[in-house]
Ligand binder design. Sequence first.
Ligand code: ATP
Ligand code: MG
Length: 441
Amino acid sequence: MRLQAVRGFKDWLPEDFVKYEYLIDKARFWCKLFNFKEIKIPILEKTELFVRSIGEVTDIVQKETYSFEDRNKEWLTLRPEATAGICRMLIEHGLYVRPKPLKFFTIGPMFRHERPQKGRLREFYQIDLEVFSDLNPYLEAEVLALALNILKSPLSEVSERLNDLYTLELNTLGCPECRPKYREVLLSFLKQHKEGLCETCKGRIDRNPLRVLDCKNEGCRQVVSESPLITEFLCEACKAHFLELREALQFLGIEYSLNPRLVRGLDYYVRTIFEVKAKGLGAQDTVCAGGRYDYLLKELGGPELPAIGFAIGLERWAISVFGDEEKQGLLDPKSLANKLCPELYLIFLGKPLIKQGIILSQKLREKGIRCEVTYEEKSLKAQLKNADKLGAKHVLLLGEKEWEEKKVVFRDLRQSTQKEIGFENLEDLADKVFKEIKGWI
Ligand code: ATP
Ligand code: MG
């Protein structure tokens, strides 16, 4: 049998890695500017953590988790998201007593047993950010600003077009004061229109009627387009909070659209929720999603401490920037891969020069030059061809005769030029080659 990766689990080939690394670097840069501290939480947690946090009747916990009993008969789950684990960490280590705001971020894989398709994997990466502090719409605005900074900040040559690529959608889900009333009204509306709903939604209206608002099924969308809206049921406090957030967004110059039917798949959200969508991604167009979860920490046995967070799906984000097999993106990933090609490819003609070649390559690496050496005894032509295939920018040729005359040949493969470099000793040669590569000569 041919060995294959598990369905929905993807390898990152070098050409994939450069894309993801590029985006992760950008996210990490912005997180640090906003004073977020990077943390790491385990990939595996007790199943109970997710049942208690995400909610027993959510799609994620009912259908999507990878859960199993381990050798000690303990139920464990591969994390489907990071928020619950971060809350557990906060409680377990008593971090909630530290000065506020507490701002954390983590980057790593999440696991959900969903049907794999474009932008939907079973192992996918998230860049996840969480803030724990007093309830404050200005802090929310800051979190939204950060999400957009990460996604929209200049990517070298394509900065302007990026700006139009992403749109922020905003909603409020109300609080334990006002949401139950809305839930009731929505439930009776959905019951009246049950025949128009898909089978999944028919089954979940009692358990989780708000989730129906999020169903992608055409019939459900039709029904939902006439449904009552949460905005009509908000209590005074929630209304005022939402208004203040919108004001803050306005003075920050952040554009958004209100989507009163936006909901999230997890139970713990209250008040502000949001998504950032990318144009051209098809059905899976949400690259970033999040919201407030003021009571989660308390429900998990911690103090009452409001919180807000979001997660960016790395693979979807990458498709929105770099495109995929079907569609060209804004940035060509080849331009990133090029940056990783060897700066120097060292060829020595004749065995006696191996020693010098090895020492020279080591000296150049220590100076910061990405250097590849060929140890194969092939013809010069074959070696040059190989240098080209590897994308090397320069070639250094050590020939026996020239070496005796204290000379080497330096070729610039991109400019198709070549010159001789004379030298005193290996140290001197390394120094001169370094300067040639940097263009200082
Ligand atoms: P969706 O409605 O697309 O299933 P979700 O509401 O389940 O998303 P969240 O739990 O809020 O998603 O996760 C935040 C982000 O993580 C999503 O916006 C998406 O970019 C990414 N994401 C979620 N599930 C997957 C998946 N199975 N494969 C790839 N990325 C995912
Ligand atoms: Mg989902």
